[in-house]
Design a binder for this molecule. Structure first.
Ligand SMILES: NC(=O)c1ccc[n+]([C@@H]2O[C@H](COP(=O)([O-])OP(=O)(O)OC[C@H]3O[C@@H](n4cnc5c(N)ncnc54)[C@H](O)[C@@H]3O)[C@@H](O)[C@H]2O)c1
Length: 358
């Protein structure tokens, strides 16, 4: 069994991928990097892991590293992915892959020319209830899918304290709501049109953040299936029983299912089976490895192990760069629609505007 060597850049959320790699028998954590020396020292001590640097170029130049894992602020992903590909590395990049489609087609071409994989660490796909839901969907248990309802609703006011949340290029839509948008696109991968609204509260404004912090969108695909994408980020939350932050509900002619994030539950009602509630609380320790559920590494371990299996087979891990870019195009279509007071926008028209092959 091949073991792949990982270099991690950005050690905030990078802490989760460090934990995932150290716990996995498919990966060897080779080196870590953060601009902030104190963060490097903190992680080195936490994990008893000595090989750290403050210079990204050292990871890129290290011939031992197979895959670079990128967990730097959103606005830096484009550059960090490009540099990793140019250095001949495979990439796993956390969400959002990009904050703009400017230069996205060039990045796709670079990835294709390099023969290296860019895998988007779209963590919510790899959470326990979502994995079960996907299996049921692929087994056809929902019958003909009619609607997909996804939300990511959380009190993210703590996030406004972050320096980079107040920099240009940050948006709640790209940083948070992408989880819900990706889940909808995962089940509705065809051509989509979207309409919706966004609103920026005084809470965000008081921090100098102009991005919408409440958003509601409706999407429709070419066969008429309907998806809803909901996000609210700076209002007091209702607690996990009422609102398990990320959730995805599928409704089809033969069954309905609902996968819930924070409380690790999966509800189903399939034809001939009656209503069922599966509880994965026994896996809480695997998913949430750190104090206060602040970081969660189980999904990360699931996705890098899936990535390793793809590398073994020479198969593209999904979401790959093209799929990741299409999700960003969906976000851009949502943004345009809300900007234009709810006008209907097609994802294909966004891709075309940026010269990206859909
Ligand atoms: N569920 C998920 O998949 C999930 C959850 C949280 C965060 N994220 C993503 O992880 C990324 C980082 O978020 P975070 O919450 O850890 O932010 P953070 O600010 O806590 O950490 C970012 C780190 O990157 C470092 N950094 C910045 N520029 C760098 C550079 N040029 N070279 C090396 N290091 C550099 C900073 O010093 C900082 O320690 C974001 O893209 C975010 O969207 C994903």
């Amino acid at each position: 069994m091949t073991t792949y060597r990982l270099g991690v850049v950005g050690l905030g959320e990078g802490r989760s991928i460090m934990s995932a790699a150290l716990a996995s028998d498919r990966w060897q954590l080779h080196a870590i990097c953060d601009l902030n020396e104190d963060v490097c020292r903190e992680r080195a001590e936490e994990f008893g892991f000595a090989r750290w640097t403050t210079r990204y170029s050292e990871l890129l130049e290290d011939p031992e590293i197979d895959v670079i894992a990128i967990y730097t602020p959103d606005q830096l992903h484009h550059e960090h992915v490009r540099l990793a590909l140019e250095a001949g590395k495979h990439v796993v990049c956390t969400k959002p892959l990009l904050v703009s489609l400017e230069g996205a087609e060039e990045l796709i071409r670079l990835a294709e020319r390099s023969g290296k994989h860019v895998f988007v660490g779209q963590s919510s796909r790899f959470f326990e209830p979502m994995l079960h839901q996907r299996r049921d969907f692929e087994a056809g248990r929902h019958g003909e899918l009619q609607t997909v309802e996804a939300h990511y609703i959380t009190d993210g006011r703590w996030f406004l304290e972050r320096g980079w949340s107040r920099q240009q290029g940050f948006s709640w839509m790209y940083n948070f709501m992408i989880h819900a948008a990706d889940l909808v696109r995962w089940y509705m991968p065809g051509e989509l049109e979207v309409t919706g609204y966004g609103q920026c509260s005084s809470t965000s404004r008081d921090y100098g953040v102009e991005a919408w912090d409440s958003m509601r969108f409706v999407v429709r695909d070419e066969v008429g299936r309907i998806g809803t994408i909901a996000g609210s980020y700076t209002m007091p939350g209702l607690g996990r029983d009422a609102e398990p932050s990320i959730g995805c509900t599928l409704r089809g002619t033969q069954g309905s299912s609902r996968a819930e994030y924070l409380n690790l539950t999966y509800h189903t009602h399939f034809s001939g089976e009656g209503k069922r509630r599966q509880d994965f609380a026994d896996k809480h320790g695997y998913y949430f490895r750190f104090e206060g559920e602040s970081h969660h590494a189980g999904e990360y371990q699931n996705y890098i192990e899936y990535f390793a299996q793809c590398l073994d087979r020479g198969a593209a891990p999904l979401p790959d760069i093209r799929e990741g870019v299409t999700t960003i195009a969906l976000l851009e279509a949502m943004r345009r629609s809300a900007d234009r007071g709810g006008e209907r926008v097609r994802v294909s028209e966004v891709l075309k505007d940026y010269g990206i092959d859909g």
